[in-house]
Design a protein around this ligand. Structure first.
Ligand code: URA
Length: 435
């Protein structure tokens, strides 16, 4: 077999066989197929697409390119969730304890943030003492004991995806539905869960800009899951503004705790309940969405979900008292108010720009190895649909210092808000479910 023939075939719109796709992935991963041939193939896929069978074959070849986690030492149906990326997305911190409180085992590997999106591991490390590296044995034992553990990605998971994703990033081939679907699902499959719930974001701050595109991506991922024997469902949710009000690591932990107490923002709570209900049903703890949702609401109201969070934090070396004393979390020394530039209704908030503003404050990484400041970030005071007066506070920066750099960030945040004289029509957060 020769890579050039397979590029040719794809360029002509013909599907590749499973063996041909495995040849490309394995050869690329070993270094036998060079970047320039793999880029030409990725571009051919970008224009010609892939069939469901090709997409599943690519996913499996990438999942099998490195370590595959065997979660069988953990009892029960293990369910994982994945979000296609968002600003202010602290759902794992809420969903983990919430579904674990319903008897769903959660053995989760999460990532660190890069650029304008935050990572769950960075948020957890805002809790003093919290260990995100556990041995495999301790990881399994903790899930069997308390129902939940979250660790950083370790080992050699999906090296083929890492290499191909980095190549796509610099060859303008990221935005291809089969390539995104196989990239996401290869990691989920290698991570070992029996069932997978996906949160596919749509809107200005997301990869998918329209509901049609998001539904196509969700459909491709659900098809892959089904073809490889993992129950999979997806929720399409709006990402035209950040989720909740807090952006920044310790600030998001605080908002997650408020939500577990039943006092979180309405959008964040609704998305967490919807995703959790899918997980509860897929894991067999409830027979339908309605009973799953009422079980979840009971766990929030009774305090069981917050108790599970305390147990989780304590098991991984953190101080569970943070659940009741927010001032034990890192605090930024300087608060800077951001004023509305004009009177009107908030029409739009550019989530990506706010993610960049938080990164500039120190909450995120501009480069892979940059250090982050867990205390800093921003808290929105106004969201889409709110009426504001000129000069009214729309957001508060939690910063390390006053100074010129932060004055520029204030302007950046002001520019991320579109305020107009027309009252906006509000689009729903939860757009559809794909099963
Ligand atoms: N996230 C991934 O993991 N892979 C993609 O291709 C795009 C987003």
């Amino acid at each position: 077999m020769r890579a050039v023939d397979l590029i040719h075939k794809k360029k002509n719109g013909e599907p590749l066989s499973q063996a041909e796709i495995a040849f490309l992935v394995e050869g690329y991963c070993r270094g036998d197929i060079p970047d320039y041939q793999m880029s030409a193939w990725a571009m051919a896929v970008y224009f010609r697409g892939m069939t469901a069978e090709e997409t599943a074959a690519l996913t499996l070849a990438m999942a099998e390119s490195g370590d595959e986690i065997d979660l069988s030492p953990i009892r029960g149906i293990k369910t994982d969730k994945h979000s296609t990326g968002g600003v202010g997305d602290k759902t794992t911190l809420i969903i983990g304890p919430l579904v674990a409180a319903c008897g769903v085992p959660v053995a989760k590997m999460s990532g660190r943030g890069l650029g304008h999106t935050g990572g769950t591991i960075d948020k957890l490390e805002a809790i003093r003492g919290f260990q995100t590296e556990l041995t495999r044995e301790r990881f399994f034992a903790q899930v069997n004991e308390i129902g939940l553990a979250v660790i950083g990605q370790s080992g050699n998971i999906t090296p083929a995806d890492k290499k191909l994703y980095a190549l796509r990033d610099v060859t303008a081939t990221v935005e291809s539905i089969p390539l995104i679907a196989s990239s996401v699902m290869s990691k989920k499959i290698a991570a070992g869960a029996d069932a997978i719930v996906l949160d596919v974001k749509v809107g200005s701050g997301a990869f998918m800009k329209t509901v049609d595109e998001a539904e196509a991506l969700a459909g491709a991922m659900v098809d892959i899951g089904t073809q490889v024997g993992r129950q999979t469902s997806a929720i399409i949710s709006d990402m035209d503004q950040p989720l909740g009000y807090a952006i920044g690591n310790a600030l998001e932990v605080q908002e997650a705790i408020d939500t577990l107490r039943g006092q979180g923002p309405q959008d964040l709570t609704a998305l967490c309940i919807a995703l959790s209900a899918q997980m509860v049903v897929l894991s067999g703890q409830a027979s339908d969405m309605e009973s799953a949702e009422s079980m979840l609401r009971e766990r929030l109201e009774s305090g069981a979900a917050l108790d599970k969070f305390r147990a989780f934090v304590a098991a991984q070396g953190g101080d569970p008292a943070i659940a009741d004393q927010p001032d034990l979390l890192p605090q930024a020394p300087v608060l800077i108010e951001v004023a509305a530039l004009q009177e009107g209704w908030v029409q739009r908030i550019d989530a990506e720009q706010l993610g960049i503003a938080a990164m500039q404050l120190g909450a995120g990484r501009a480069t892979k190895d940059a250090a982050i400041d867990h205390a800093v970030g921003l808290v929105l005071r106004r969201k889409v649909g709110d009426k504001v007066a000129a000069g009214e506070t729309i957001a508060i920066l939690h910063a390390r210092s006053e100074g010129e750099a932060n004055r520029l960030i204030v302007e950046h945040v002001q520019n991320a808000y579109t305020i107009s004289t027309e009252e906006p029509g509000l689009s729903p957060l939860l757009l559809s479910v794909v099963t």
